[in-house]
Unconditional design. Structure first.
Length: 739
């Protein structure tokens, strides 16, 4: 629900029909039987320590994107969150019970472990005991997967509901329980828990697999227990069984629908609870708020309307009701619309204007906005900027926005400082921004390298090979960083893919349920970078937003930002159908506000990773053909070159295909740049799954002929990125800042 406006005397929003605690309630567990050797309630409210409540007192460590949630349990974001358990938990054990409560997120990727205790050898598990939910099973192994002895349920766990998962083993018998009920049994187990690693286990985790390539768990966990004996069926039932009445009480107590004191948009009314309950709704005033949450606001000038919503939570014969008082704000008057729209207006970077501005003509609530300028020769009413010459003082300009609705109009003034042009200098080196791949925890972040003087093929890693920019937004990983210099020359924008595959790599899922955002940083010197911006550019139908790049279009005075997205049908909101990647674009002046996306490249099959360079009035575009390689598509998985005299044209002329074939096995992620010293162009192509970037060169872009470069020395493991010509001062500054 969108934020609501404050009001002088807020009403009580929630009324209870039964005296129930409103704080989250952890499951009531029977008194712990003997033999408890580790117990992590995971109910901490902060910090990185998971306390061991057993007599062993061996605390664990909360890592990655795991967030303590108090009695709601530990939230795992599915990227790198997990709990690192102490070593050697199974040493000397002939029998074992492991139990955990878990709520698996609806979009959990597979394969994954709920918990695992064992060892890792390279890319594989090497002796372990684990539980997963797809299909729900527990396995014990002395080596990799081929040695597993599995006790299974034959079904997948339900998502987004709390489940208690318990595994017991003694002798040759292993039993699997779900919510205290036996769902699987095996009587020929030959591996003792203490056999794993000879008692030494170093890869012990909740939410993380012993296989590095598996996905991390996404959801909530709590109450992990480990015993040195097999609990009886009654004891396992005591750990996992929750009566219907208790399930209903918990879900009713924790039910929330947000701030209902003065709503302006539809409410989200849950129809099920996390403890597998059903929730139905009734409204005393469907004309204000319906039983499905649809809100109808009174006309402007009328009083607020109200309704009581009754939520009935049920499971079996158990039932409980709660009331929610809802007040609906009337539609705003013209005066209110204009006042709110005026307050919401922003002119970005007003104190340091270095390029064209975004001046909206439509404001909040559909208001109209017109602009006037005190110096239209410096800043026009439509935002075009002419900067003072180098050496001149900054220009002071006042922009005035006139905001109107109906007969109501208000003005707002913005004071601007237009920075003089930068002094132009020759390019005498190159900057390289890139990522290093999903093979390491820090590979999907932004790395920098600098050329050795004006040599485009000899490079040194900067910052000791460590990332310079790291993502704290979205998937918390960034791939395919692209850096563009503004046409004025003294501002840089870095735009990148919001994606982290390391530890969570389901390539199909991230093209169905992937990000619709790009990650943006900006700088005036390539050294000091702004705070990260997480900006949505892709439409609802997009399943992913990959490899964004940009090129400045002089004809519109704005940047054209383009990326690859799989587009699904409008009537397929869950993105379950089959489709393919195509290139889209949107325009922007500030990398904050973007136009509606348009399809740019759609040959009827999958294409990704377009990059562009202009020469002689022609825009040369290089794109990866993403089709599977067959006898009828011999140039798939290689780079295609095209050209056009119009950047945003949807009809480019063919120049060449199969670029790099014979020199590399396959190619993607092209980046192209011109030599600072001669009419020579370089094209770096990522031989994914092989050597990474391999350089090619040509003296004639129109020929489509690219020759493999020789004598090159690239940074270690560079993947899809950008090479940018820089001045000597910029190169020296980079080397000094990131040695």
């Amino acid at each position: 629900m969108a934020p609501v406006l404050p009001r002088p005397r807020p009403l009580a929003a929630v009324l209870a029909l039964a005296l129930v605690p409103l704080a989250p309630v952890t499951p009531a567990v029977a008194s712990a039987p003997g033999g408890l050797i580790a117990h992590y309630p995971l109910t901490e409210s902060s910090g990185t320590t998971a306390h061991d409540a057993s007599p062993s007192r061996r605390d664990a460590v909360i890592s990655g994107d795991a967030v303590p949630g108090g009695r709601d349990g530990l939230h795992l974001g599915g990227v790198d969150g997990h709990v690192d358990l102490p070593d050697d938990l199974l040493r000397g054990l002939d029998s074992v019970t492991a139990s955990i409560q878990v709520r698996i997120a609806p979009d959990q990727a597979t394969p994954y472990f709920v918990w695992g205790i064992g060892n890792t050898n390279g890319s594989a598990g090497d002796g372990y005991l684990f539980t997963t939910g797809n299909a729900y099973r527990s396995s014990i192994a002395t080596g990799n997967w081929s040695t597993e002895q599995t006790t299974g349920s034959g079904h997948d766990l339900r998502r987004d509901v709390w489940k208690t998962l318990t595994y017991t083993q003694t002798g040759s018998t292993a039993v699997l329980y779900e919510d205290g009920v036996e769902v699987g049994r095996r009587t020929d187990v030959t591996i003792r828990p203490g056999d794993i690693g000879g008692g030494s286990t170093k890869a012990n985790h909740i939410g993380r697999s012993v296989y590095p390539g598996d996905r991390h768990l996404k959801g909530e966990v709590r109450d992990f227990r480990l015993y040195d004996r097999a609990l009886s069926a009654d004891e396992a039932h005591g750990l996992g069984f929750v009566p219907d009445r208790e399930r209903v009480r918990r879900d009713s107590a924790s039910l929330t629908i947000g701030d209902t004191s003065l709503v302006t948009e539809d409410l989200v009314l849950p129809t099920s609870g996390p403890h597998d309950t059903t929730i139905s709704w009734h409204s005393t005033n469907p004309g204000a708020v319906s039983a499905t949450g649809e809100v109808t606001r009174p006309r402007a000038g009328l009083l607020p309307s109200s309704a009581l919503l009754t939520a009935t939570t049920t499971r079996g014969d158990a039932k409980q009701r709660r009331l929610f008082a809802v007040t609906v704000r009337p539609q705003p008057t013209d005066r209110e619309k204009v006042a709110e729209a005026v307050k919401a207006l922003t002119v970005w970077d007003a104190d340091d204007v270095r390029g064209n501005l975004t001046l909206p003509t439509t404001g909040l609530h559909g208001t109209t906005v017109t602009w006037t300028s005190s110096a239209p020769d410096v800043v026009t009413p439509t935002g075009e900027v002419t900067r003072p010459e180098h050496g001149q003082p900054a220009e002071r300009v006042r922009l005035t926005a006139s905001v109107g609705s109906g007969s109501r109009t208000e003005l707002r003034h913005f004071a601007l400082s237009v920075t003089p042009k930068a002094e132009r200098a020759a390019y005498e080196g190159y900057f390289f921004g890139y990522f290093t791949g999903e093979g390491s925890a820090t590979g999907e972040q932004v790395h920098f390298a600098a050329s050795r003087g004006n040599t485009p093929l000899l490079w040194d890693e900067l910052n000791g090979g460590r990332p310079v920019l790291t993502s704290a937004r979205g998937d918390r990983g960034v791939r395919d960083p692209f850096v563009i210099r503004s046409p004025e020359g003294d501002k840089f924008y870095l735009v990148a893919t919001d994606l982290k595959i390391h530890g969570n790599g389901n390539w199909d899922l991230v093209q169905r349920k992937g990000s619709k955002h790009v990650e943006v940083w900006e700088s005036t010197d390539l050294v000091t970078w702004s705070q990260q911006r997480h900006v949505r550019v892709a439409p609802d139908t997009a399943g992913n937003t990959w490899a964004p790049e940009a090129y400045y279009d002089e004809s519109i005075g704005a940047y054209v930002v383009f990326w690859a997205s799989k587009l699904y049908a409008e009537d397929d909101p869950e993105h379950t159908g089959n489709t393919y990647n195509r290139m889209l674009y949107a325009t922007t002046r500030d990398f904050r506000t973007f136009s509606e996306p348009q399809v740019w490249v759609d040959p009827g099959y999958s294409v990704i990773d377009s990059t562009v360079i202009e020469h002689g009035g022609q825009y040369y575009r290089f794109t990866k053909d993403e089709r599977n390689n067959t006898s009828t598509t011999p140039c798939s998985k290689f780079i295609l070159a095209e050209r056009s005299t119009s950047l945003r044209s949807t009809s480019y002329e063919h120049v060449a295909d199969c670029i790099g074939k014979g020199a590399i096995e396959r190619g993607e992620g092209p980046t192209v740049f011109k030599s600072n010293t001669e009419d020579r162009w370089y094209l770096l192509v990522d031989e994914f799954g092989g050597r990474g970037y391999v350089p090619f060169e040509t003296t004639d872009l129109a020929s489509g002929r690219w020759t493999p470069s020789t004598g090159y020395q690239l940074p270690a493991r560079p993947r899809h990125g950008t090479v940018l010509p820089v001045t000597k001062a910029e190169l020296d500054r980079l080397r000094a800042a990131f040695p």
